[in-house]
Design a protein around this ligand. Structure first.
Ligand code: FAD
Length: 379
């Protein structure tokens, strides 16, 4: 049976108290003003959250994925955007571990201290779910890579000090893709801000790379092998974002339950009507089931189990779908008040929609897991 150990319980409790006290009061401010919450990132760094997954050598906590999920779920209850930022710190930080010492020494301690954020730039206007269709190229010229292309819809584009860019290094093969680290201050980079429905504090944008020259040492991992290197990282990101969505939904549901106890209609509290009770009960049940799927996925990814890819996709799919439904129902329970900006419900709904849209075609991995690779209609 799945059970948190003593240390995980302590982490859950302390992160819960921290997030409630430090993050909740300003969560709406960052959303309305579309600002990146640097002061909160520094506060989260002080208690180790920005370096949860990173090695102690760089100041990190070396936490496993389940423990990381517990912390991110608690942060997401009070500030969804902060949880997405933490997910980003830990995911791009992990990717840098495949790079050379100079890059690791320059960036990882800064991420851990909450002074640096990096972006992962894969998507292009004509390559989203089909990531092998990217057109950005990195040409190996003497001791440099010259990176040319455009990246679309990149989270943290405007605030990142560097980008982990996916680029073609062998144009003849669909898999001929490498990961190149591009410092944000290199000449030839142009950032265009995008405004989104949710994730408004994450400084989303498009990145133009106009013959940007970086040292050849900025190659992360093996040349032409980025897609297999990225697999465990992408799996972790999928399961964690599913859990982040559910953490946000858990808070909204809790508030809806409390409201149902005090809001009177037709002379009785809302919660006395079965129409409302059954909705809340179903949501609670589905939310807990979805959370267990996410934790199981995190456990399998940590173990490098064969079915990890399928479970990571299932966790993201069920996390986004259940969370959206739960928050939508919470909005209904609050009626007009839920729709208004007086309450965080509408912000939660917008943020969870981003989790659903930002994930590529999850059903491909699930289909491959249950039917077998030979049933994939494309590669
Ligand atoms: C808030 C947000 C943040 C993001 N942050 C980043 C980031 O940091 N870095 C990054 O690289 N990208 C990022 N993205 C981009 C994201 O990865 C893409 O939006 C995602 O991969 C989907 O690609 P697309 O938008 O091109 O949709 P498309 O691939 O064009 O798909 C359009 C629709 O068709 C569906 N679809 C696709 N293929 C199939 C199929 N075979 N069968 C049936 N349906 C299919 C999709 O599910 C989708 O609903 C972000 C997106 C959002 C919304």
């Amino acid at each position: 049976m799945f059970e948190l150990n003593e240390e995980q319980r302590l982490i859950q409790k302390s992160v819960h108290e921290f997030a409630k006290k430090e993050l909740a009061p300003k969560a709406s401010y960052w959303d309305v003003h579309e600002e990146f919450p640097w002061d909160l990132v520094k506060k989260m760094a002080e208690i180790g959250l920005t370096g949860l997954r990173l090695p102690a050598l760089y100041g990190g906590m070396e936490a496993d994925l389940v423990t990381t999920g517990i912390a991110l779920e608690e942060v997401a209850r009070f500030d969804h955007n902060c949880a997405i930022i933490l997910c980003g710190c830990n995911i791009t930080g992990k990717l840098l571990l495949h790079g050379l010492e100079t890059i690791k020494n320059n960036y990882l301690p800064e991420i851990v201290k909450g002074r640096c954020i990096l972006a992962f730039a894969a998507m292009e206007s004509e390559a989203g779910s089909d990531i092998r269709a990217i057109k950005t190229v990195a040409k190996h010229v003497k001791d440099t890579y010259v990176v040319t292309g455009e990246k679309s819809m990149i989270t943290f584009a405007e605030v990142a000090q560097g980008f982990v860019v996916l680029a073609k290094t062998d144009k003849k093969r669909r898999e001929g893709i490498s990961c190149i680290f591009v410092e944000a201050n290199r000449p030839g980079i142009d950032i265009q801000r995008l405004q989104g429905f949710g994730w408004r504090a994450t400084k989303w944008g498009n990145i133009a790379l106009n013959d940007v020259k970086v040292p050849a040492e900025n190659l992360i991992g093996e040349k032409n092998n980025a897609l297999s290197m990225l697999k465990p990282t992408v799996q972790g990101q999928r399961a964690l974002t599913g859990l982040i969505a559910l953490g946000t939904a858990r808070q909204a549901l809790g508030e809806a339950v409390e409201y149902a106890k005090i809001r009177k209609v037709f002379g009785k509290p809302l919660g006395k009507f079965e129409g409302i009770q059954f909705k809340l009960v179903e949501d609670f049940t589905q939310l807990e089931a979805a959370k267990l799927t996410c934790y199981q996925a995190l456990h399998l990814i940590e173990k490098k189990a064969g079915e990890a890819s399928q479970w990571a996709a299932m966790a993201n799919l069920i996390g986004g779908e259940v969370a959206y439904r739960v928050v939508n129902d919470a909005m209904d329970v609050f009626g007009g008040l839920g729709y208004s900006r007086e309450l965080p419900i509408e912000r939660c709904l917008r943020d969870i929609k981003a989790v659903q849209i930002a994930s590529a075609t999850l059903k491909m991995e699930i289909g491959q897991g249950i039917l077998g690779k030979e049933f994939l209609p494309y590669t």
